[in-house]
Design a protein around this ligand. Structure first.
Ligand code: CAA
Length: 383
Protein backbone atom coordinates (compact mmCIF):
# COMPACT_ATOMS: atom_id res chain seq x y z
CA UNK A 1 0.00 0.00 0.00
CA UNK A 2 1.43 3.37 -1.04
CA UNK A 3 0.26 6.58 0.62
CA UNK A 4 2.51 8.85 -1.43
CA UNK A 5 0.85 10.89 -4.16
CA UNK A 6 2.47 10.43 -7.58
CA UNK A 7 4.08 13.40 -9.33
CA UNK A 8 0.98 14.28 -11.36
CA UNK A 9 -1.19 14.29 -8.26
CA UNK A 10 1.34 16.33 -6.30
CA UNK A 11 1.51 18.85 -9.15
CA UNK A 12 -2.24 19.29 -9.41
CA UNK A 13 -2.56 19.57 -5.60
CA UNK A 14 0.06 22.35 -5.59
CA UNK A 15 -1.44 24.09 -8.60
CA UNK A 16 -4.89 24.06 -6.99
CA UNK A 17 -3.46 25.35 -3.69
CA UNK A 18 -1.65 28.24 -5.43
CA UNK A 19 -4.76 29.17 -7.38
CA UNK A 20 -7.08 28.86 -4.37
CA UNK A 21 -4.87 30.87 -2.04
CA UNK A 22 -4.05 33.61 -4.57
CA UNK A 23 -7.35 33.98 -6.41
CA UNK A 24 -10.14 32.46 -4.34
CA UNK A 25 -9.32 33.04 -0.66
CA UNK A 26 -8.90 36.84 -0.82
CA UNK A 27 -12.45 37.26 -2.19
CA UNK A 28 -14.25 34.69 -0.05
CA UNK A 29 -15.28 36.96 2.84
CA UNK A 30 -16.70 39.65 0.55
CA UNK A 31 -18.64 37.14 -1.56
CA UNK A 32 -20.08 35.64 1.64
CA UNK A 33 -20.98 39.05 3.05
CA UNK A 34 -22.83 40.03 -0.16
CA UNK A 35 -24.14 36.50 -0.83
CA UNK A 36 -22.75 36.97 -4.33
CA UNK A 37 -22.34 34.06 -6.75
CA UNK A 38 -18.62 33.45 -7.41
CA UNK A 39 -18.88 33.96 -11.19
CA UNK A 40 -15.29 35.09 -11.61
CA UNK A 41 -13.97 32.06 -9.71
CA UNK A 42 -16.06 29.75 -11.91
CA UNK A 43 -14.64 31.42 -15.02
CA UNK A 44 -11.07 30.96 -13.83
CA UNK A 45 -11.72 27.39 -12.68
CA UNK A 46 -13.10 26.66 -16.16
CA UNK A 47 -9.85 27.88 -17.71
CA UNK A 48 -7.94 25.52 -15.40
CA UNK A 49 -10.16 22.58 -16.34
CA UNK A 50 -11.72 22.27 -12.87
CA UNK A 51 -15.38 22.33 -13.99
CA UNK A 52 -15.25 19.00 -15.84
CA UNK A 53 -12.34 17.21 -14.25
CA UNK A 54 -13.40 13.59 -14.82
CA UNK A 55 -14.90 14.08 -18.29
CA UNK A 56 -12.76 12.68 -21.13
CA UNK A 57 -10.80 15.25 -23.10
CA UNK A 58 -12.65 14.45 -26.33
CA UNK A 59 -15.77 15.80 -24.59
CA UNK A 60 -14.05 19.00 -23.41
CA UNK A 61 -13.13 17.76 -19.93
CA UNK A 62 -9.77 17.44 -18.20
CA UNK A 63 -9.79 13.62 -18.43
CA UNK A 64 -8.44 13.20 -14.90
CA UNK A 65 -9.20 10.70 -12.16
CA UNK A 66 -11.27 11.04 -8.99
CA UNK A 67 -8.19 11.47 -6.80
CA UNK A 68 -7.16 14.54 -8.84
CA UNK A 69 -10.69 15.88 -8.43
CA UNK A 70 -10.68 15.57 -4.63
CA UNK A 71 -7.20 17.08 -4.37
CA UNK A 72 -8.35 20.16 -6.27
CA UNK A 73 -11.70 20.40 -4.53
CA UNK A 74 -10.12 20.25 -1.06
CA UNK A 75 -7.98 23.29 -1.85
CA UNK A 76 -10.86 25.24 -3.37
CA UNK A 77 -13.05 24.46 -0.33
CA UNK A 78 -10.30 25.50 2.08
CA UNK A 79 -10.42 28.91 0.41
CA UNK A 80 -14.18 29.24 -0.30
CA UNK A 81 -16.77 26.57 0.45
CA UNK A 82 -19.35 28.26 -1.80
CA UNK A 83 -17.07 28.09 -4.81
CA UNK A 84 -16.31 24.46 -3.98
CA UNK A 85 -19.94 23.33 -3.96
CA UNK A 86 -20.61 25.16 -7.23
CA UNK A 87 -17.74 23.16 -8.75
CA UNK A 88 -18.76 19.90 -7.08
CA UNK A 89 -22.37 19.99 -8.29
CA UNK A 90 -21.34 20.67 -11.89
CA UNK A 91 -18.72 17.88 -11.84
CA UNK A 92 -20.44 15.18 -9.82
CA UNK A 93 -24.18 15.75 -9.98
CA UNK A 94 -24.63 17.17 -13.46
CA UNK A 95 -21.82 15.86 -15.69
CA UNK A 96 -21.42 12.55 -13.83
CA UNK A 97 -24.83 11.07 -14.70
CA UNK A 98 -24.71 12.32 -18.31
CA UNK A 99 -21.35 10.60 -18.79
CA UNK A 100 -22.55 7.40 -17.10
CA UNK A 101 -26.16 7.13 -18.23
CA UNK A 102 -26.55 9.57 -21.15
CA UNK A 103 -27.09 8.55 -24.78
CA UNK A 104 -24.37 9.45 -27.27
CA UNK A 105 -26.36 12.41 -28.66
CA UNK A 106 -26.92 13.68 -25.09
CA UNK A 107 -23.22 13.36 -24.32
CA UNK A 108 -22.29 15.19 -27.52
CA UNK A 109 -24.83 17.91 -26.87
CA UNK A 110 -24.16 18.56 -23.17
CA UNK A 111 -20.70 17.42 -22.10
CA UNK A 112 -18.46 19.84 -24.06
CA UNK A 113 -20.09 23.10 -22.93
CA UNK A 114 -20.65 22.02 -19.31
CA UNK A 115 -17.29 20.30 -18.88
CA UNK A 116 -15.39 23.28 -20.24
CA UNK A 117 -17.31 25.57 -17.91
CA UNK A 118 -19.02 27.59 -20.64
CA UNK A 119 -22.25 26.47 -19.05
CA UNK A 120 -23.24 25.44 -15.52
CA UNK A 121 -25.38 22.49 -14.45
CA UNK A 122 -27.58 21.58 -11.48
CA UNK A 123 -29.34 18.51 -10.06
CA UNK A 124 -32.93 18.59 -8.88
CA UNK A 125 -34.09 15.70 -6.71
CA UNK A 126 -35.43 17.29 -3.50
CA UNK A 127 -38.90 18.78 -3.32
CA UNK A 128 -40.80 20.80 -0.70
CA UNK A 129 -42.36 17.54 0.56
CA UNK A 130 -39.49 15.07 -0.01
CA UNK A 131 -35.84 15.35 0.96
CA UNK A 132 -34.44 12.25 2.67
CA UNK A 133 -37.33 10.15 1.34
CA UNK A 134 -36.30 10.79 -2.23
CA UNK A 135 -38.59 8.08 -3.67
CA UNK A 136 -41.64 10.06 -2.45
CA UNK A 137 -41.09 12.85 -4.99
CA UNK A 138 -44.24 14.18 -6.70
CA UNK A 139 -43.06 16.02 -9.80
CA UNK A 140 -44.78 14.30 -12.71
CA UNK A 141 -43.74 13.57 -16.29
CA UNK A 142 -46.40 12.70 -18.86
CA UNK A 143 -45.55 11.55 -22.36
CA UNK A 144 -47.40 13.44 -25.13
CA UNK A 145 -46.28 12.53 -28.64
CA UNK A 146 -42.53 13.13 -28.80
CA UNK A 147 -42.52 15.32 -25.69
CA UNK A 148 -42.84 14.92 -21.95
CA UNK A 149 -44.79 17.46 -19.93
CA UNK A 150 -43.24 18.05 -16.49
CA UNK A 151 -45.15 19.51 -13.54
CA UNK A 152 -43.86 20.16 -10.05
CA UNK A 153 -41.50 22.14 -7.84
CA UNK A 154 -37.94 21.26 -6.89
CA UNK A 155 -36.37 22.66 -3.77
CA UNK A 156 -32.92 23.63 -2.45
CA UNK A 157 -31.29 23.39 -5.86
CA UNK A 158 -27.61 24.31 -5.70
CA UNK A 159 -26.66 26.47 -8.74
CA UNK A 160 -30.42 26.78 -9.48
CA UNK A 161 -30.47 30.50 -10.38
CA UNK A 162 -27.35 30.24 -12.58
CA UNK A 163 -27.80 26.82 -14.16
CA UNK A 164 -28.09 26.51 -17.93
CA UNK A 165 -29.53 23.00 -17.57
CA UNK A 166 -30.76 20.86 -14.69
CA UNK A 167 -31.11 17.12 -14.23
CA UNK A 168 -34.66 16.77 -12.98
CA UNK A 169 -36.13 13.68 -11.33
CA UNK A 170 -39.84 13.05 -11.89
CA UNK A 171 -42.34 10.22 -11.66
CA UNK A 172 -44.20 8.78 -14.63
CA UNK A 173 -46.40 6.75 -12.26
CA UNK A 174 -46.66 7.47 -8.52
CA UNK A 175 -48.17 4.02 -7.89
CA UNK A 176 -44.88 2.46 -8.93
CA UNK A 177 -43.00 4.36 -6.17
CA UNK A 178 -39.26 4.39 -6.88
CA UNK A 179 -39.79 2.23 -9.99
CA UNK A 180 -41.70 5.11 -11.64
CA UNK A 181 -38.94 7.67 -11.20
CA UNK A 182 -37.57 9.05 -14.45
CA UNK A 183 -34.79 11.56 -15.07
CA UNK A 184 -34.58 14.35 -17.64
CA UNK A 185 -32.05 16.91 -18.78
CA UNK A 186 -33.99 20.16 -18.72
CA UNK A 187 -32.64 23.28 -20.43
CA UNK A 188 -33.31 26.56 -18.70
CA UNK A 189 -34.91 27.86 -21.90
CA UNK A 190 -37.49 25.06 -21.94
CA UNK A 191 -41.06 26.37 -22.08
CA UNK A 192 -42.55 26.24 -18.57
CA UNK A 193 -39.22 26.22 -16.70
CA UNK A 194 -38.51 28.96 -14.20
CA UNK A 195 -36.35 29.68 -11.17
CA UNK A 196 -38.33 30.17 -7.97
CA UNK A 197 -37.44 31.53 -4.53
CA UNK A 198 -33.74 32.08 -3.87
CA UNK A 199 -32.79 30.86 -0.38
CA UNK A 200 -31.14 33.03 2.28
CA UNK A 201 -28.85 30.69 4.14
CA UNK A 202 -26.79 30.30 7.32
CA UNK A 203 -23.61 29.48 5.39
CA UNK A 204 -22.26 28.87 1.87
CA UNK A 205 -23.96 32.18 1.16
CA UNK A 206 -22.12 32.80 -2.10
CA UNK A 207 -23.43 29.53 -3.52
CA UNK A 208 -26.79 30.12 -5.15
CA UNK A 209 -29.67 27.93 -4.02
CA UNK A 210 -33.23 28.19 -5.26
CA UNK A 211 -36.36 26.29 -6.07
CA UNK A 212 -37.04 25.37 -9.68
CA UNK A 213 -40.57 25.41 -11.05
CA UNK A 214 -41.84 23.16 -13.81
CA UNK A 215 -45.19 24.39 -15.03
CA UNK A 216 -46.35 22.30 -17.97
CA UNK A 217 -42.70 22.29 -18.91
CA UNK A 218 -42.18 20.75 -22.35
CA UNK A 219 -39.16 18.49 -22.76
CA UNK A 220 -38.24 16.57 -25.94
CA UNK A 221 -38.40 12.82 -25.28
CA UNK A 222 -34.77 12.72 -26.46
CA UNK A 223 -33.85 14.52 -23.22
CA UNK A 224 -34.96 11.63 -21.01
CA UNK A 225 -31.88 10.36 -19.18
CA UNK A 226 -32.00 6.56 -19.14
CA UNK A 227 -35.26 4.63 -19.42
CA UNK A 228 -38.57 5.37 -17.72
CA UNK A 229 -38.31 3.97 -14.18
CA UNK A 230 -34.49 4.07 -14.08
CA UNK A 231 -34.39 7.50 -12.47
CA UNK A 232 -34.09 6.38 -8.84
CA UNK A 233 -31.03 4.27 -9.53
CA UNK A 234 -29.51 7.13 -11.53
CA UNK A 235 -30.21 9.50 -8.63
CA UNK A 236 -28.67 7.15 -6.05
CA UNK A 237 -25.61 6.20 -8.10
CA UNK A 238 -25.02 9.90 -8.82
CA UNK A 239 -25.23 10.72 -5.12
CA UNK A 240 -22.65 8.03 -4.32
CA UNK A 241 -20.18 10.09 -6.36
CA UNK A 242 -21.58 13.41 -5.16
CA UNK A 243 -20.97 12.36 -1.58
CA UNK A 244 -17.24 12.09 -2.25
CA UNK A 245 -17.43 15.71 -3.40
CA UNK A 246 -19.28 16.93 -0.29
CA UNK A 247 -16.94 14.95 1.96
CA UNK A 248 -14.10 16.78 0.26
CA UNK A 249 -15.81 20.13 0.62
CA UNK A 250 -16.09 19.39 4.37
CA UNK A 251 -12.42 18.39 4.49
CA UNK A 252 -11.40 21.67 2.87
CA UNK A 253 -13.57 23.74 5.21
CA UNK A 254 -12.04 21.96 8.22
CA UNK A 255 -8.53 22.36 6.88
CA UNK A 256 -9.02 26.08 6.24
CA UNK A 257 -10.19 26.60 9.83
CA UNK A 258 -7.45 24.40 11.29
CA UNK A 259 -4.65 26.17 9.40
CA UNK A 260 -5.89 29.55 10.55
CA UNK A 261 -6.39 28.53 14.20
CA UNK A 262 -3.01 26.79 14.38
CA UNK A 263 -1.17 29.88 13.13
CA UNK A 264 -3.20 32.11 15.44
CA UNK A 265 -2.31 29.91 18.41
CA UNK A 266 1.39 30.40 17.76
CA UNK A 267 1.02 34.19 17.47
CA UNK A 268 -1.53 35.06 20.14
CA UNK A 269 -0.11 35.53 23.59
CA UNK A 270 -1.86 35.08 26.93
CA UNK A 271 -0.37 34.88 30.40
CA UNK A 272 2.97 35.93 28.91
CA UNK A 273 3.32 33.23 26.23
CA UNK A 274 1.86 31.98 22.93
CA UNK A 275 -1.36 30.12 23.62
CA UNK A 276 0.00 27.16 21.60
CA UNK A 277 2.15 26.44 24.70
CA UNK A 278 -0.96 25.56 26.68
CA UNK A 279 -1.98 21.92 26.78
CA UNK A 280 -5.68 22.68 26.41
CA UNK A 281 -4.96 24.36 23.06
CA UNK A 282 -2.58 21.55 22.10
CA UNK A 283 -5.26 18.99 22.89
CA UNK A 284 -7.66 20.77 20.55
CA UNK A 285 -5.04 20.99 17.77
CA UNK A 286 -4.21 17.30 18.16
CA UNK A 287 -7.87 16.21 17.88
CA UNK A 288 -8.48 18.54 14.94
CA UNK A 289 -5.39 17.29 13.06
CA UNK A 290 -6.24 13.65 13.70
CA UNK A 291 -9.82 14.01 12.51
CA UNK A 292 -8.76 15.91 9.40
CA UNK A 293 -6.30 13.15 8.50
CA UNK A 294 -8.86 10.41 9.13
CA UNK A 295 -11.38 12.20 6.90
CA UNK A 296 -8.80 12.63 4.15
CA UNK A 297 -7.91 8.93 4.26
CA UNK A 298 -11.58 7.91 3.97
CA UNK A 299 -12.02 10.29 1.03
CA UNK A 300 -8.89 9.14 -0.77
CA UNK A 301 -9.94 5.51 -0.29
CA UNK A 302 -13.37 6.18 -1.80
CA UNK A 303 -11.80 8.15 -4.68
CA UNK A 304 -9.25 5.41 -5.32
CA UNK A 305 -11.95 2.71 -5.27
CA UNK A 306 -14.04 4.69 -7.73
CA UNK A 307 -11.05 4.96 -10.03
CA UNK A 308 -10.62 1.16 -9.82
CA UNK A 309 -14.27 0.74 -10.87
CA UNK A 310 -15.19 -0.73 -7.48
CA UNK A 311 -18.51 -0.18 -5.67
CA UNK A 312 -18.37 2.83 -3.33
CA UNK A 313 -21.83 2.96 -1.73
CA UNK A 314 -20.52 2.31 1.81
CA UNK A 315 -17.16 4.02 1.37
CA UNK A 316 -18.62 7.26 -0.05
CA UNK A 317 -21.22 7.37 2.73
CA UNK A 318 -18.54 6.79 5.38
CA UNK A 319 -16.33 9.51 3.93
CA UNK A 320 -19.22 11.97 3.76
CA UNK A 321 -20.52 11.19 7.24
CA UNK A 322 -17.13 11.33 8.94
CA UNK A 323 -15.83 14.37 7.05
CA UNK A 324 -18.96 16.45 7.58
CA UNK A 325 -19.12 15.75 11.32
CA UNK A 326 -15.36 16.39 11.46
CA UNK A 327 -15.84 19.78 9.78
CA UNK A 328 -18.49 20.83 12.28
CA UNK A 329 -16.19 19.78 15.16
CA UNK A 330 -13.00 21.29 13.76
CA UNK A 331 -14.55 24.64 12.85
CA UNK A 332 -16.19 24.87 16.29
CA UNK A 333 -12.82 24.27 17.94
CA UNK A 334 -11.18 26.84 15.63
CA UNK A 335 -13.70 29.47 16.76
CA UNK A 336 -12.95 28.53 20.38
CA UNK A 337 -9.19 28.85 19.92
CA UNK A 338 -9.66 32.37 18.53
CA UNK A 339 -12.07 33.24 21.37
CA UNK A 340 -13.86 36.56 20.78
CA UNK A 341 -11.97 37.02 17.52
CA UNK A 342 -13.30 33.67 16.34
CA UNK A 343 -16.82 35.04 16.69
CA UNK A 344 -15.97 38.16 14.73
CA UNK A 345 -16.41 38.56 10.98
CA UNK A 346 -12.90 39.98 10.88
CA UNK A 347 -11.59 36.40 10.76
CA UNK A 348 -12.54 33.51 8.46
CA UNK A 349 -13.26 30.86 11.09
CA UNK A 350 -16.79 32.09 11.82
CA UNK A 351 -17.53 31.66 8.09
CA UNK A 352 -15.93 28.21 8.15
CA UNK A 353 -18.14 27.35 11.16
CA UNK A 354 -21.31 28.45 9.34
CA UNK A 355 -20.25 26.78 6.07
CA UNK A 356 -19.51 23.43 7.72
CA UNK A 357 -23.06 22.69 8.91
CA UNK A 358 -24.59 22.18 5.47
CA UNK A 359 -22.22 19.30 4.74
CA UNK A 360 -24.11 17.28 7.37
CA UNK A 361 -27.36 17.99 5.54
CA UNK A 362 -27.18 18.10 1.75
CA UNK A 363 -26.56 15.14 -0.59
CA UNK A 364 -27.94 12.96 2.21
CA UNK A 365 -28.08 13.91 5.90
CA UNK A 366 -25.81 12.24 8.46
CA UNK A 367 -28.82 10.15 9.48
CA UNK A 368 -29.24 8.91 5.88
CA UNK A 369 -25.51 8.13 5.62
CA UNK A 370 -25.82 5.97 8.77
CA UNK A 371 -28.74 4.12 7.20
CA UNK A 372 -26.77 3.54 3.99
CA UNK A 373 -23.69 2.31 5.90
CA UNK A 374 -25.72 0.07 8.21
CA UNK A 375 -27.54 -1.53 5.27
CA UNK A 376 -24.24 -2.24 3.54
CA UNK A 377 -22.53 -3.75 6.60
CA UNK A 378 -25.56 -5.93 7.27
CA UNK A 379 -25.52 -7.12 3.64
CA UNK A 380 -21.86 -8.08 4.07
CA UNK A 381 -22.65 -10.89 6.51
CA UNK A 382 -24.97 -12.45 3.92
CA UNK A 383 -22.21 -12.56 1.27
N1 CAA B 1 -26.93 2.83 -6.40
C1 CAA B 1 -27.77 2.19 -7.25
N2 CAA B 1 -28.99 1.75 -6.89
C2 CAA B 1 -29.38 1.97 -5.61
C3 CAA B 1 -28.57 2.64 -4.68
C4 CAA B 1 -27.29 3.07 -5.12
N3 CAA B 1 -26.46 3.70 -4.29
N4 CAA B 1 -29.21 2.72 -3.51
C5 CAA B 1 -30.40 2.12 -3.68
N5 CAA B 1 -30.50 1.66 -4.95
C6 CAA B 1 -31.59 0.88 -5.53
C7 CAA B 1 -31.89 -0.34 -4.68
O1 CAA B 1 -31.05 -1.41 -5.05
C8 CAA B 1 -33.34 -0.60 -4.98
O2 CAA B 1 -33.41 -1.27 -6.22
P1 CAA B 1 -34.52 -2.43 -6.53
O3 CAA B 1 -35.80 -1.74 -6.72
O4 CAA B 1 -34.01 -3.06 -7.79
O5 CAA B 1 -34.51 -3.35 -5.35
C9 CAA B 1 -33.91 0.79 -5.19
O6 CAA B 1 -32.81 1.65 -5.50
C10 CAA B 1 -34.62 1.32 -3.96
O7 CAA B 1 -33.69 1.33 -2.90
P2 CAA B 1 -34.11 1.43 -1.37
O8 CAA B 1 -35.17 0.43 -1.09
O9 CAA B 1 -32.85 1.38 -0.57
O10 CAA B 1 -34.77 2.89 -1.33
P3 CAA B 1 -35.31 3.74 -0.12
O11 CAA B 1 -36.55 4.41 -0.55
O12 CAA B 1 -35.31 2.93 1.14
O13 CAA B 1 -34.22 4.92 -0.01
C11 CAA B 1 -32.28 6.04 0.78
C12 CAA B 1 -32.92 4.75 0.25
C13 CAA B 1 -30.83 5.66 0.99
C14 CAA B 1 -32.86 6.53 2.08
C15 CAA B 1 -32.39 7.14 -0.31
O14 CAA B 1 -33.71 7.60 -0.44
C16 CAA B 1 -31.49 8.33 -0.07
O15 CAA B 1 -30.28 8.29 -0.34
N6 CAA B 1 -32.08 9.44 0.43
C17 CAA B 1 -31.34 10.68 0.57
C18 CAA B 1 -31.55 11.53 -0.64
C19 CAA B 1 -30.51 12.57 -0.77
O16 CAA B 1 -29.32 12.35 -0.58
N7 CAA B 1 -30.94 13.76 -1.17
C20 CAA B 1 -30.02 14.82 -1.39
C21 CAA B 1 -30.58 15.69 -2.44
S1 CAA B 1 -29.46 16.19 -3.61
C22 CAA B 1 -28.74 17.61 -3.04
O17 CAA B 1 -28.56 17.80 -1.89
C23 CAA B 1 -28.39 18.45 -4.16
C24 CAA B 1 -27.68 19.69 -4.03
O18 CAA B 1 -28.05 20.60 -4.70
C25 CAA B 1 -26.39 19.79 -3.28
Amino acid sequence: MDFKLNEDHQMIYQMARDFAQKEVAPKAAALDEKAEFPAENVKKMSELGFMGMMIPQEYGGAGLDTLSYVLVLEEIAAACASTAVTMSVNNSLFLGPILKFGSEPQQKKYLPDFASGKKLGAYALSEPGSGSDAAALRTTATLKGDKYILNGTKNFITNGPHADAVIVFTTVDKEKKHKGITAFIVDKNAKGFSVGKVEKKLGIKASSTSSVILDHCEIPAANRLGQEGEGFKIAMATLDNGRIGIATQALGIGKGAFDFARRYATEREAFGQPISNFQMIQSKLADMAMQLDAARLLIWRAAWMRDQGLGIVKEAAMAKLFASEMATFVTKEAVQILGGYGYSREYPVERNFRDAKITEIYEGTSEIQRIVIAREVLKEILR
